[in-house]
Design a protein around this ligand. Sequence first.
Ligand SMILES: Nc1ncnc2c1ncn2[C@@H]1O[C@H](COP(=O)(O)OP(=O)(O)OP(=O)(O)O)[C@@H](O)[C@H]1O
Ligand SMILES: [Mg+2]
Length: 336
Amino acid sequence: MINNVFGIDLGTNNIKIYTRNDDSVLVEKNMIAIENKSTLFAYGNSAFDMYEKAPSNIKISFPLSNGVIADIKNMETIIRYFIKDLMGGRIAPADYLIAVPTDVTEVEKRAFYDLIRDANVKARKIMVVEKAVADGLGMDIDVKNSQGVLVVNVGYETTEISILSLGGIVLSKLIKAGGLKFDEAIKNAVRKEYSLIIGGKTAENVKMSLEQMEKEDTCAVVYGRDIVTGLPVEREIPASLVNSCLEEHFNTIIDNVKVILERTPPELGADIYRHGIYLTGGASQVNRLAEKLANGTGLRVNVSENPIESVVIGLSKIIKDDNYKSVAYAIEGMSK
Ligand SMILES: Nc1ncnc2c1ncn2[C@@H]1O[C@H](COP(=O)(O)OP(=O)(O)OP(=O)(O)O)[C@@H](O)[C@H]1O
Ligand SMILES: [Mg+2]
């Protein structure tokens, strides 16, 4: 009998699922499109493709908000459909390992377990692991033997800053900073400077092409609506404007990393100093963040090779390698 096992990292922007059977990782937008309030119209990347373009009878939304589950029903639907797709159209019994944020309430943590239990995916065993621990494993850190590892995951709506030691979490802080805040800063700056309204996807593209723009000394060409005339126009946005509007958000992240460092027990400091900061999460790739974090803290910054997938790669290691099993736990033992 095939032993079906899935590892899931539910992000506010992207859902990542590891499938043991074929050792693969699926990354799709964690989005759902519902038609006329009740009919499933699309999910994942195809829902995202319609985002900001769909007619009003199709409601497109992210079921997670700030790293926690906000819309249980739609989140269950997305999970069920993806698991069904991954099993070739028919859901068979399976074990699940799910990554959870640390600095949230017990109820919010438990909701990840309940989600899998109630999603009609024939869950047998459901285990949980803290996201930062999985992140560490996904970045090839020997988390079980290190005494002091600083992991910073810059995601979509949240940045999780954690100190790990001997396979567990010593300190963790979840702050509301990430890729979405960067996109909004770009939107606001373009509106203020050029009286131009641009969409979220356009702002995200500008953010992602910033490094290239700097290298090639070019501007981003964007399309939007002129506030004064109301007409669609094309404008060139210089990299300098984008860099300066991101500064404030980078500082929020750097300041919070410093706060965590100040609270870290001094005995863990030696390992942190030796290894530096491990930076991951999709939005950690934004131009100059790694450099600014290094300058702001005086620590070396190690950038992840797979920033969007580091958590789910960590989950795959726990699923495949018995040496890491002890970092996962069953949630039944948690107080409600
Ligand atoms: N090359 C890139 N440069 C800058 N930002 C990027 C790049 N690629 C992806 N991103 C950003 O990464 C973010 C998504 O990252 P990720 O998948 O880690 O978030 P998430 O896990 O869904 O969110 P969260 O952890 O907050 O719940 C988006 O904001 C996206 O714009
Ligand atoms: Mg994430």
